[in-house]
Design a binder for this molecule. Structure first.
Ligand SMILES: NC(=O)c1ccc[n+]([C@@H]2O[C@H](COP(=O)([O-])OP(=O)(O)OC[C@H]3O[C@@H](n4cnc5c(N)ncnc54)[C@H](OP(=O)(O)O)[C@@H]3O)[C@@H](O)[C@H]2O)c1
Length: 278
């Protein structure tokens, strides 16, 4: 279909929001997912030309993370394949303050295609759609002692920025750093959620070894444990302890606060108590 946009991670946290928004605008979306038709798999480069066939614009999200060995090679290979099949524009989801993510950005920037980089802070939706959801549901939030505050970003804001970038060429060659409007600790986020759901959540800070042992007790996969170690020791060291106005500059409205996000997430019922358990 002409003007169809390929959205990688179309069943994931940012991709599904981007796909929904494009479809609402009447723009056809090809879902980049292992369940898509044709399926897209980062491990099956031999199928990428089929997935990219006829596509001019791609939203690239990499999974699981740029720090995983081989990530840069796969991104380079994908960008080369996109160029070879006639793609003209890439919008790339990156991680703020992550050295490896910036290496991946360079591949996109040097591709010769039109590009926009969307560098994101930690997602607010990690508390309702990802890793920290289990902590909230258990009523016990344990993290390694964080060294810094984080300007968590709402994924509805992020998706709005990505859609702007995909649909207006004025965002070509721009690097956007997305943050929420405030710097928060994990203690702050836990207490805001606890207050909203009207239920206590015990908050505990432990050293990294104890944290890793706890994750292993809960049988969290080793690659996710490694990622959490990296994020808490290297990324959460103060380098991202600042607020940026890029969301407001692109969208012409304020970014969503953590409290506003919590109201939305509470309404979905994701933190509801069921069968005596949250
Ligand atoms: N979490 C954060 O706070 C944060 C902050 C900044 C940047 N980021 C970046 O966001 C990116 C996505 O992270 P996320 O945790 O939010 O993931 P997510 O979007 O929830 O990821 C899952 C998506 O990846 C797809 N996927 C999984 N394995 C795949 C494979 N082998 N081949 C193709 N697709 C695959 C899944 O699709 P199917 O299962 O349908 O195939 C699903 O659509 C990462 O690059 C991360 O660095 C995250």
């Amino acid at each position: 279909m002409a003007n169809e946009i390929l959205v990688l991670g179309a069943t994931g946290k940012t991709g599904k929001r981007v796909a929904e928004r494009l479809q609402k605008k009447g723009i056809p979306v090809r879902a980049g997912s292992r369940q898509g038709n044709p399926p897209f798999d980062w491990e099956k480069a031999e199928n990428w030309a089929t997935v990219l066939s006829g596509i001019k614009k791609v939203y690239i999200t990499y999974y699981p993370d740029f720090v995983v060995p081989g990530a840069l090679e796969k991104i380079q290979q994908f960008v080369d394949a996109a160029k070879n099949t006639g793609v003209q524009q890439l919008v790339f989801l990156s991680g703020r303050g992550e050295k490896e993510a910036e290496e991946a950005e360079k591949i996109v920037i040097n591709s010769g295609l039109h590009w926009t980089i969307v560098r994101s802070s930690w997602f607010m939706q990690n508390f309702s759609e990802f890793f920290f959801l289990d902590n909230i549901l258990a009523g016990y939030f344990v993290v390694p002692k964080p060294k810094a505050l984080e300007p968590f970003v709402d994924l509805d804001d992020l998706a709005d920025v990505v859609v702007e970038a995909l649909t207006d060429d004025k965002h070509n060659r721009k690097i956007y750093e997305l943050t929420g409007p405030e710097l928060l600790s994990f203690k702050d986020t836990t207490s805001i959620i606890s207050e909203a759901i009207n239920s206590p959540i015990v908050y505990e800070e432990v050293d990294m070894d104890a944290y890793v042992n706890t994750l292993r007790d809960y049988q969290i996969p080793e690659d996710i444990i490694g990622l959490m170690q990296y994020l808490f020791t290297e990324v959460l060291d103060g380098r991202n302890e600042s607020i940026k106005n890029d969301i407001e500059d692109v969208l012409g409205r304020k970014s969503t606060s953590f409290r506003e996000y919590v109201v939305k997430a509470t309404q979905t019922g994701v933190w509801n108590i069921q069968n005596g358990q949250r």
